[in-house]
Design a protein around this ligand. Sequence first.
Ligand SMILES: [Zn+2]
Length: 153
Amino acid sequence: MVKKTKDGLYIKPIKKGTTIDHLPAGTAFLVLKIIGTPEDTITVAVRVPSRKLGIKDLVFAENKLLSEEQIAKIALIAPNATINIIENNQVKQKIRLQQPSEVKGLIQCINPNCITNVENIPSRFYIDKNGIAKCHYCERTMTREEYIARIRV
Ligand SMILES: [Zn+2]
């Protein structure tokens, strides 16, 4: 059973689980690394046409719910993504992600001399509206590209 979406794509909907939509193109593999385990059934669509984004990635995880931490990490990678929780072929809950303004323990500071990299202290960052993260401890800043590469997986 396949369904035609608004974007004109043919994808197999899942009966139960979690779908992640509106991922920027190229981010699905990192999302997979964050949420996937060898036991999961996950379908990934990469660089598919999107009216909203031009092109986008999609991830469908069957029979799987994401943890708060996994959702927080996805919000760092894709602040405008949408997470749908599916039950009995229906969207039971829609979560529209937002860029967090503060994150703790999810990313590693770019500064090798930062106290969070030297001692066992959880990292803490403030993220501004332009997506720049600033370390609470050493005040070094990172672009989204830089901190996405330093998400703890
Ligand atoms: Zn730091």
